[in-house]
Design a protein around this ligand. Structure first.
Ligand SMILES: *[C@@H]1O[C@H](CO)[C@@H](O)[C@H](O)[C@H]1NC(C)=O
Ligand SMILES: *[C@@H]1O[C@H](CO)[C@@H](O)[C@H](O)[C@H]1NC(C)=O
Ligand SMILES: *[C@@H]1O[C@H](CO)[C@@H](O)[C@H](O)[C@H]1NC(C)=O
Ligand SMILES: *[C@@H]1O[C@H](CO)[C@@H](O)[C@H](O)[C@H]1NC(C)=O
Ligand SMILES: *[C@@H]1O[C@H](CO)[C@@H](O)[C@H](O)[C@H]1NC(C)=O
Ligand SMILES: *[C@@H]1O[C@H](CO)[C@@H](O)[C@H](O)[C@H]1NC(C)=O
Ligand SMILES: *[C@@H]1O[C@H](CO)[C@@H](O)[C@H](O)[C@H]1NC(C)=O
Ligand SMILES: *[C@@H]1O[C@H](CO)[C@@H](O)[C@H](O)[C@H]1NC(C)=O
Length: 401
């Protein structure tokens, strides 16, 4: 049996959200379910285990991505928890969201052994039963705005096509996140969607889970825009504007040599990244750093997009310095491109050297209507900006428009 939530609950949830201001101007979709599968009493062993597990949640992270899978205590008082962030949010926002969730959820469900909370940027659940690697289709949460599509038939058709496409993309995702975003636009509709499964599901399980959530659309808000439907193992949301962060993010772990855990190189890299911001050339978002003695010297370059403000630049590089060594856990040379910055490091000297390799290509699915005209205009623009950037008297070598 599924539990469907009315918009009255949504009002209640919106009220809760006053306590935790949203980080972005995104729709404030938040919901929770306290399962009626058993209660614990205050100060019981289960309560103690739950508190300890949540307090230490961030130490249980799977090293590669923001998926937290934790267990604590002995049966019958063992607590199992899963925390998952939306695939498009940065580590620091992910942490902030789960940090809110771990204090909020036990207050919302003060004595239930099993509970689940969906928040704007993350999901947290716990139970006394094992929940890892298990497809859970119950409960179903439905949150929606009051907006409706103008042309219902066209909208539904486009929505189904988009969700089918993203379902396949998320389930077969080569990235560890089982996550996909995309959009569909026509004359009378504009749909942006985000689809995600927990990463402990197989491709088939993820696909089946999303299919199940798609079948809930008529029960939730048929023909509505601004909709979020979730089950414990997967979910999606769609709206008529791009609510998710554009995901221009890529990295390459060069195969030019490995270091081993706890080696001198590893320690030098950690120290260099920990102190990255103390090496800044004070005037602009360019960080050029070296640390340690040969042959274990580490060289790094951090660069922000020329138009981003110092605090955004700082935030981006902060995220990158935590993420990149996790994505390339033993490679001496690595590069990561993020929306607002780039970070790379190597055991060779990289300052003042033109590197043409590797090449990273990221793109949306959109296409120009008139290819020839578009290509001509694009070439002209890029040539103009090339000259402008190269001859820039500003220290940033940056041009736009
Ligand atoms: C979880 O707790 C409930 C209620 O106390 C109990 O009935 C159930 O067997 C427990 N499940 C496990 C896996 O321990
Ligand atoms: C658990 O406690 C809630 C109140 O917090 C109550 O409504 C529910 O019936 C209890 N469930 C069980 C299985 O005792
Ligand atoms: C639980 O422990 C706290 C602090 O030790 C205490 O204030 C509270 O009264 C206890 N509650 C119960 C139900 O035993
Ligand atoms: C998740 O937790 C389960 C059970 O504790 C464990 O078997 C599994 O290896 C963990 N997986 C990851 C990816 O951490
Ligand atoms: C970097 O490390 C690799 C592999 O350990 C080694 O072959 C290479 O010579 C090193 N480069 C420098 C400049 O130390
Ligand atoms: C470095 O480690 C990666 C796995 O992390 C492996 O694929 C690669 O072959 C190793 N490269 C060298 C040069 O040992
Ligand atoms: C590296 O050091 C950490 C902490 O000192 C330790 O837990 C870990 O086992 C070490 N790893 C290796 C491969 O030596
Ligand atoms: C960058 O680092 C290199 C090598 O450590 C150093 O020679 C150079 O002065 C640095 N440049 C800037 C702009 O900090």
């Amino acid at each position: 049996m599924s539990t469907i939530f009315s918009s009255r609950l949504l009002l209640f949830i919106s009220f809760i959200s006053i306590l935790i201001p949203p980080i972005t101007a995104q729709p404030s979709f938040r919901n929770h379910v306290c399962s009626n599968k058993g209660n614990y009493s205050a100060n019981s062993t289960y309560h103690g285990n739950l508190n300890l597990l949540l307090a230490n949640l961030f130490s249980y992270t799977n090293i590669q991505y923001d998926f937290f899978n934790a267990s604590y205590g002995q049966n019958p008082d063992r607590v199992n928890a899963i925390g998952l962030c939306r695939g498009d949010v940065k580590s620091n926002i992910c942490h902030g969201c789960l940090d809110d969730a771990r204090s909020l959820l036990p207050r919302l469900c003060p004595n239930q052994k099993e509970a689940i909370g969906w928040y704007n940027e993350c999901m947290l659940r716990y139970s006394n039963r094992s929940i890892f690697g298990i497809v859970d289709n119950d409960p179903t949460s439905c949150l929606h705005s009051e907006n409706r599509a103008i042309n219902l038939n066209l909208f539904n058709l486009a929505l189904r096509n988009l969700l089918e496409r993203l379902k396949t993309k998320a389930a077969s995702s080569s990235s560890i996140r089982n996550f996909a975003t995309g959009d569909a636009t026509g004359q009378s509709y504009q749909i942006y969607a985000l689809v995600q499964c927990t990463p402990d599901l197989s491709e088939q399980e993820c696909s089946d889970c999303i299919e199940g959530v798609i079948s809930e659309i008529p029960n939730c808000h048929e023909g509505g825009i601004g909709v979020r439907i979730d089950r414990p193992s997967c979910g999606f949301m769609y709206d008529n504007f791009q609510f998710y962060y554009p995901n221009f993010r890529n990295h390459v772990c060069s195969n030019k040599g490995n270091y081993s855990a706890n080696s001198t190189y590893h320690a030098n890299l950690n120290l260099l990244l920990a102190n990255l911001f103390s090496y800044t050339n004070i005037q602009y978002g360019f960080y050029n750093v070296s640390y340690g003695q040969n042959p274990d010297r580490v060289n790094a370059i951090g660069l922000c997009r020329g138009d981003v403000k110092p605090n955004i630049c700082h935030g981006c590089l902060d995220d990158a310095r935590a993420l990149l060594p996790r994505l390339c856990p033993n490679q001496k040379e690595t590069i990561g491109w993020y929306n607002n910055c780039m970070l790379r490091y190597s055991n060779r000297s990289i300052f003042g050297i033109v590197d043409n390799d590797p090449i990273s290509c990221l793109h949306s699915e959109n296409r120009a209507p008139n290819l020839n005209l578009f290509n001509l205009a694009l070439r002209n623009l890029l040539v103009r900006l090339k000259i402008k950037a190269a001859s820039s008297r500003s220290i940033r070598n940056f041009a736009y428009r």
